[in-house]
Design a binder for this molecule. Sequence first.
Ligand SMILES: Nc1ncnc2c1ncn2[C@@H]1O[C@H](C[S@+](CC[C@H]([NH3+])C(=O)[O-])CC(=O)[O-])[C@@H](O)[C@H]1O
Ligand SMILES: O=C(O)C(=O)Cc1ccccc1
Length: 247
Amino acid sequence: MKIPSEKDTIYSIAHEAVGAFQFDESVVAVFPDMIQRSVPGYQTILTGIGELTKLHAQPDSNLYDLGCSLGAASLTMRRALQVNGCRIIGVDNSEAMIKRANEYLHAYHSDIPVDLFCADINDLEILDASVVVINFTLQFIDPDQRLPLLHRIYQGLKPGGILILSEKIHFQDVALQQSIEHMHLQFKRANGYSELEISQKRSSLDNVLISDTENEHLQRLKQAGFASAGIWFQAYNFASFLAIKSL
Ligand SMILES: Nc1ncnc2c1ncn2[C@@H]1O[C@H](C[S@+](CC[C@H]([NH3+])C(=O)[O-])CC(=O)[O-])[C@@H](O)[C@H]1O
Ligand SMILES: O=C(O)C(=O)Cc1ccccc1
């Protein structure tokens, strides 16, 4: 099932002062369109989440979707699951997102239980997990809370369990950063965003979306306990990491 969406026109009108980006009702209505037109490789990453779920989900375990928004990754995992006794747990701290996600997830019958909670993922207990997805959400978490959160994910995973972490990244090298950021901007232009929309959204994400480099992510994953960690997908400045807890 495809999650329906209105067209994202949130930043199409000039504002004197652009407020900080929020996952409120207005964003919820346009979110699938917004993420599709803003994040190169988003759909391919969802397909990969399905494949990795088929490969790594363990019987009688929990699958987590942290910062689930409208539940796209939860839906993908539910479709991909081939083992018995699993439960999917989606968490987001936006009430508007969780309300809408519940409508989509429960529109079709499935024998696989999916429970969605409105909560801060920093307060979440992670238990008996075989697959944990955090798709474009760590970048919105207070940088000081990132390692503690990854630690808790590692502790909550079963041996052989996996973490799929997708993020917007930046590059230490200025020339590389400029070229790759240019390609992302061209992607947004090609998807119909105007210069005004692009610049107003960029202002709204200032100090809200705080990206790390590939190295910072890999170091942190190691520090959290993961012996195996690497990028399995990258499109411009958007990357998805796979980290595996040893058996
Ligand atoms: N502390 C927090 N606790 C819980 N949720 C949070 C927190 N901070 C932010 N969020 C939530 O994280 C989500 C990030 S969007 C994820 C896309 C989705 N994963 C997808 O695969 O479609 C990514 C993006 O918009 O770039 C939003 O729904 C926030 O409410
Ligand atoms: O739009 C952007 O420029 C982004 O960096 C990605 C994004 C997508 C959806 C919500 C917030 C950020």
